[in-house]
Design a protein around this ligand. Structure first.
Ligand SMILES: NC(=O)c1ccc[n+]([C@@H]2O[C@H](COP(=O)([O-])OP(=O)(O)OC[C@H]3O[C@@H](n4cnc5c(N)ncnc54)[C@H](OP(=O)(O)O)[C@@H]3O)[C@@H](O)[C@H]2O)c1
Length: 254
């Protein structure tokens, strides 16, 4: 039986709590969080505490707090010679205190409180200071995922950066699109089959081959018309930057 303590009560902590709870070989012995009401989610199934110094004995301590809080919270924990991992894409393993056995347990997925489909396909990027801990983390990740990878802090940061383009920026594009729809009273709903097809296509085609649209076709007339239609300067800037990037990717210049 692997004993786990989770520190943090947000989206990633809840996700890990739910998937670990389903596994017979994993025992979630405690969840630690600074807000009592946030601990409600966990308290029926495990021990909870707000005190970072009253940690139960465990094989692994998983720190799933905001990136900016990782350093401060990890220093409070006093986990001398215990295995302590964080779940961040962008923070080095070395950011954790030297007196713990350090590692990283990064799920490459977006968690925002809605249930995730195909949880077992979520890639886990794992790293540890020593080989024994690495094997332990790899085995733990394999209990909940069939996509487990040894990734260094350096490479993980690059993956996280790529994920920002693939997910965060794409989602922001949906937001800008929904703004344009709302402003001109056309239903955003009508774009959903297009959004779905864009996603489906990328499963079978390279992004370079899948690109369509006026910038890809170097259709200067439509590009100019679109810029005239946009009244908002931020939208114009985004439109121009992305169109230039697309054109340059296909050897064209605006
Ligand atoms: N969300 C994702 O898509 C995703 C994906 C992969 C990895 N990650 C990584 O997973 C980690 C947790 O992310 P999350 O999405 O679960 O965040 P979240 O939902 O915003 O939850 C953040 C947690 O950190 C706690 N926290 C924030 N500031 C704190 C502080 N100063 N001191 C102590 N606790 C503090 C929060 O407590 P309060 O409720 O009391 O504020 C909450 O429990 C981060 O390292 C993030 O980069 C996130």
């Amino acid at each position: 039986m692997v004993k786990v303590v989770l520190i943090g009560t947000g989206n990633v902590a809840k996700f890990l709590f739910d998937v670990f709870s389903e596994h017979p070989q994993i025992s979630l012995v405690q969840v630690v969080g600074r807000k009592l009401e946030a601990l409600n989610y966990f308290k029926e199934k495990t021990a909870v505490t707000q005190d970072y110094r009253s940690l139960k004995d465990a094989d692994i301590y998983i720190l799933a707090v905001k990136d900016e809080a990782i350093l401060a919270v990890s220093q409070e924990l006093m986990l001398q010679d215990r295995l302590l991992v964080h779940t961040s894409g962008s923070i080095s393993m070395e950011a954790l205190p030297e007196n713990a056995r350090r590692g990283v347990f990064y799920p490459l997925q977006t968690f925002s409180g809605v249930p995730i489909k195909n949880k077992e396909n979520i890639p886990f990027c794992v790293e540890a200071e020593n080989e024994e801990d690495y094997t332990f983390l790899e085995d733990l990740a394999k209990c909940i995922s069939n996509s487990v990878h040894r990734v260094s802090s350096e490479k993980r940061k690059q993956l996280h950066l790529a994920a920002v383009f693939a997910n965060n920026f794409t989602n922001h594009m949906y937001f800008l699109a929904s703004d344009i729809c709302a402003e001109h009273e056309v239903p955003f709903e009508l774009l959903k089959p297009l959004i779905r097809e864009t996603y489906e296509k990328i499963m079978h085609q390279t992004p370079l081959d899948a690109q369509t649209g006026p910038a890809r076709r170097n259709d200067l007339k439509t590009l100019q018309e679109h810029l005239l239609l946009l009244k908002d300067n931020k939208q114009k800037k985004v439109y121009t930057t992305l169109s230039e990037s697309i054109q340059e990717s296909y050897g064209e210049k605006l």
